[in-house]
Write a protein that binds this ligand. Sequence first.
Ligand code: PHE
Length: 352
Amino acid sequence: MAHEVFDRVEALIKDIEQATATTPEAVEAFRIRYLGTKNVLKPLMGEMRNIPNEQKRDFGQLVNRAKEVAQAKFDALQAATAAQAGADAGAKFDLSAPAEPLPLGSRHPIALTMRRIISIFERIGFTVAEGPEVEDDWHNFSAMNTPEDHPARDMQDTFYVAAGMPAGPDNADMLLRTHTSSVQARTMENQQPPIRIIAPGRVYRNETISARSHAQFHQVEGLYIAEKVSFADMKATLLHFAREMYGDKTKIRLRPSYFPFTEPSAEMDIWWGLESEHDHRITKGTGWLEILGCGMVDPQVLINCGIDPEKYTGYAFGMGIERQAMLLYNITDIRLMFENDVRFLKQFAGVL
Ligand code: PHE
């Protein structure tokens, strides 16, 4: 009788040692069977009272061994299935496969064009200068030789900042700058020649929005003041710019024009050609395209900004960035550049 119970435990130990379980569910079933609160070893302990006294100790040890074997087996089975699960996951994910491409943004055509213009001038010694977009009347107009009643103020319809708005220390005549010439004024006030700067930035004009003009756009203006700066220096610099920007065969012409802050003043055209119908349309049948305004800094502007016009001369120029971007990238409607439609923006991916 006692032997028989010993044999049952021995048999159980064999079962435990030979048990297999390849899924988490099977491992759990094993645990419930041999280690759970109602495990099969428990009733065997109940047999203790039937075991002769001198064998009780051996029997107890045997049942304990069965428990230890069950625990060890459970640990081993659990480790094996966990490893298998890891291996399965590894098989599903090929870690050497190329990653899903992340959608990359691209630079905006205005930024691309601005960077290109800046880098052309930086390479010939100009440095970037900046100023506020909410500007005072002095820097935007009066210092630039455009006093209050000057008819030239009508050339640039202005957004004024309403009195009482917290725009500046004295906001009586605050406005959204209509050109970055205001940065020229600020630079001349703070620095004696030689001055060689370009001023890129956003400007505002109270204009009807259409395919060709917008109430907000960007400009780059340039200013060079030193001793004996001539109109010829300006022309050579602008020719260099035009060729870097539009190709090294580009031809330019300067037409007399008027700006309050330059004298003489000119507008620069580049020869665009008349090959396609599109060329005819954008050049109005002339083959020439206006790309910037320029001129010799008016002595009055130098005086306004504290620079001696007897000693120094200089030239200035200014251009709209959107206009250059439209020419460079064949964009037919300026409004596209402010709508941020990704179908439009995507076309500039990878353009440097
Ligand atoms: N400020 C002028 C404009 O906005 C451009 C310009 C700059 C012309 C410098 C001449 C010299 O139209």
